[in-house]
Each structure stands twice: as structure tokens, then as C-alpha cells.
Design a protein around this ligand. Structure first.
Ligand SMILES: Cc1ncc(COP(=O)(O)O)c(C=O)c1O
Length: 373
């Protein structure tokens, strides 16, 4: 299987080897504390009897599946606990392609790079459908692109990299389009706790047999290393997802699921609100600096990222490296996210040095603007 190394590895390596001090705004790893209950549960786990160190049920610890189901208002049988949202995405996409209802995936452009990667791996064909300038769904463009060959439409809200939160009515229209061409719709909601507008509504509320929702705890509990995610599949698809999950993994990791279950039960809403407030403050500080730098940007409605465009400084890999060397700030080249935002650079606001990074960018692009390239 041919697969180009993800561009973010390349940027991280370059930044790590740079001479000066570099602020990392590349990855989506939260820099804040996980819930206190998660740390407590982990400590407790170390002293449990040996049987607790053995295989959990393949589709996940029953109590965790039940807790997820309760929060998401679905039957626990529809929940499969996965190795991160990444695996849930894989299960959902694999299901769409194996139905024999086409081999094309419609992916929104700009795109989270693992979607085209997974489509390729599964033998599907990606078609990129541009979103609107503000990152919202262009339903007409999706309608135009959809055909008998379309097996799957992939949506991600709140969105990486644009920060857009999709309107539920627009998602409903996309589901109708999918119905008309016999396709499934996967909605990746991994950033659902990072809704800065208060307007996010899960696609599960549509109660559609076409909709497969994926999510996880990597971001909401600041634990990307724990690898606990889940898929909520319609009844007709969940059996297939469980089988595939079992054949690929046997089961997920028990200590992680145990800790997440405890944290879910014991973490007050304030924990999530604090993380959101922190992010909101960073968005304000960062976008103020982008104003000072004369940049165009998309103010995120959710998730962790800001896309910015600097006149005369397109978001190529070469310019991203130049920004590392000359301004001491590492972002992701827009060309990593499909074709729609090649001119742009994505900055992840998951560093305590966000304000300092913003100042560096304002200085760099402010009065003494770099030579255009
Ligand atoms: C849109 C999107 N989906 C999925 C993932 C992966 O999530 P997880 O760590 O739960 O596998 C990420 C990680 O950055 C993401 O941005």
C-alpha cells in the first residue's frame, strides 16, 4: 500500500531540528489537564486484581458503552468503543464501501488528511467538494457531486481545519441527498465539546438510518494518548462494525476504558467549560494578532484551529519552514488539507504560548513584512 507520510510529521521534524526557539502550533494535542477523576481511576487501576488486566469485551466495557449511550440518547447495542475516533472513522468508512453501493467518498475541502488516506486504503475514490469561504457546507455543490457511484459522504463538525460548525438543517439536506443515491453519511464529532457558539447539534438528533456518528475522548478529556473513541452505528450496520473491530483489534485497551468511564461519571460540566473558555481566550488573542498582521482568517466556531492567509506568503511547505526559521512559529501548510486552502496556514491553539506566538506573527508580518515569495 502506498501512503505518503503525513505532512504534519514532516513539519514537526523540521521544527524539532530548527536552530531557534519554535512554538509548536502543528499538532492537535491539548496542553491542559485531563479530568482529576481520570488520574484517580488510573491510580486505582494499578491495584486491581489480575482478571482486570485481561481482555475486555471486544466492543468495549459494558459500563462505558452504557454511559456513552445514555449521553448520546441511543441504545447501548449501537455503540462500539474503538481505538480512538480514528478507528471509528475507519469502521464507518469500511462499512460504506463494502455495501456494494458505489466506491466514491465525497469529502469536504479543506479536508482532514486521514479521510482521503483511509478512502485510498479501502479501495475507494475521493472526490473533494469545496465548502463555502466561511467553512460552512455548500449543499448545492454536494448535490451536484453526488451520483450512483457515491458510497459515502464524510462530514466533520466542529471542523478541523476550518473551525466551522455545520448547521443541522444543512446536514439534514446532505442526508437526503445520500438517501437519494443510496450512500451513507459519516459525521465525525470528535470536537463536539469544543463548540464556542453554543449552537452545535449532533447529527444523531436526525435519527437517520443513513447516519454513522463517530467521536471520542482524545480532545474532550485531553488524552490523545489513551486511544478511546466510539462509533454509533445504525442497527443495520453495527454488527458489521463490531466484527471488523474484533478482527482488527481483538479488543481495545482496558485501563484506558476504565479510566474514561470513571471520568465520564465523575467530571462536572465545569471541567469542559473551563477548557472551552481557555480556547475562547486564545482565539481572541490570536485573531487580534492576526488583525495586527493584516491577515485574513476564519474565526473558529469550534475545535482547536485557526486558518490564516497572509498576502504574498502562501501556505506552502517552503513558507511554513520559513516561518519556523524566521518567526519561530510552526503551523501546518494549507496544502496538507486538500486544494481549497492551499494559500492558507493552519495554527493549532493548543499551546500555553499562544499569545507569544501571536505576537511573533504580528511582529513578523506587521510593519517589517517579509519579502513576498
Ligand atoms: C477530525 C478529526 N477526526 C479524528 C481525529 C482523531 O481522533 P482520535 O485521537 O480520537 O483518534 C482527529 C485528530 O486530530 C481529528 O482532527
Amino acid at each position: 500500500m502506498e501512503y505518503e507520510e503525513p505532512k504534519f510529521f514532516h513539519v514537526m521534524q523540521y521544527a524539532a531540528g530548527a536552530d531557534g526557539d519554535v512554538i509548536d502550533m502543528v499538532s492537535g494535542n491539548p496542553d491542559w489537564e485531563p479530568p482529576a477523576a481520570l488520574r484517580e481511576a488510573l491510580r486505582e487501576y494499578a491495584d486491581l486484581p489480575p482478571e482486570e488486566f485481561q481482555y475486555p469485551p471486544s466492543e468495549g466495557l459494558v459500563e462505558l458503552r452504557e454511559a456513552i449511550a445514555e449521553r448520546r440518547n441511543v441504545d447501548p447495542d449501537r455503540v462500539v468503543v474503538t481505538n480512538g475516533t480514528g478507528e471509528a472513522n475507519y469502521l464507518a468508512m469500511a462499512r460504506a464501501f463494502e455495501r456494494g453501493a458505489g466506491d466514491e467518498a465525497l469529502l469536504m475541502d479543506p479536508v482532514y488528511p486521514y479521510y482521503p488516506g483511509k478512502t485510498d486504503m479501502l479501495g475507494g475514490e475521493s472526490t473533494l467538494v469545496p465548502t463555502e469561504r466561511d467553512g460552512s457546507l455548500d449543499v448545492d455543490a454536494i448535490r451536484e457531486a453526488a451520483s450512483e457511484d457515491t458510497a459515502l459522504v464524510v462530514l466533520n463538525t466542529p471542523n478541523n481545519p476550518t473551525g466551522a460548525i455545520y448547521d443541522l438543517d444543512a446536514i439534514r439536506e446532505v442526508v437526503e441527498i445520500a438517501e437519494a443515491v443510496d450512500a451513507l453519511v459519516m459525521v465525525d464529532e470528535v470536537y463536539d465539546h469544543f463548540d464556542l457558539t453554543g449552537e452545535f447539534e449532533s447529527a444523531l438528533t436526525l435519527e437517520s438510518e443513513r447516519v454513522l456518528v463517530t467521536s471520542g475522548f482524545s480532545k474532550s478529556m485531553a488524552i490523545t494518548g489513551f486511544r478511546v473513541g466510539y462509533g454509533i452505528f445504525p442497527e443495520v450496520h453495527v454488527g458489521d462494525a463490531k466484527t471488523r473491530h474484533m478482527l482488527v483489534n481483538v479488543a481495545g485497551a482496558r485501563p484506558s476504558q476504565y479510566a474514561v468511564h470513571h471520568a465520564l461519571a465523575e467530571t462536572p460540566p465545569e471541567y469542559y467549560a473551563e477548557a472551552r473558555d481557555l480556547l475562547s481566550e486564545r482565539v481572541d488573542a490570536f485573531t487580534d494578532a492576526l488583525d495586527a498582521a493584516g491577515a485574513e482568517y476564519t474565526r473558529p466556531e469550534g475545535a482547536f484551529y485557526v486558518l490564516a492567509r497572509f498576502d504574498g506568503f502562501p501556505g506552502t511547505m517552503a513558507n511554513v519552514k520559513r516561518l519556523i526559521d524566521e518567526a519561530g512559529v510552526a503551523g501546518m501548510p494549507g496544502e496538507a488539507f486538500g486544494t481549497a486552502r492551499e494559500e492558507w496556514i493552519r495554527f493549532a491553539l493548543v499551546t500555553p504560548r499562544t499569545v507569544e506566538a501571536a505576537e511573533r506573527l504580528a511582529d513578523y508580518f506587521g510593519d517589517d513584512a517579509p519579502d513576498p515569495r
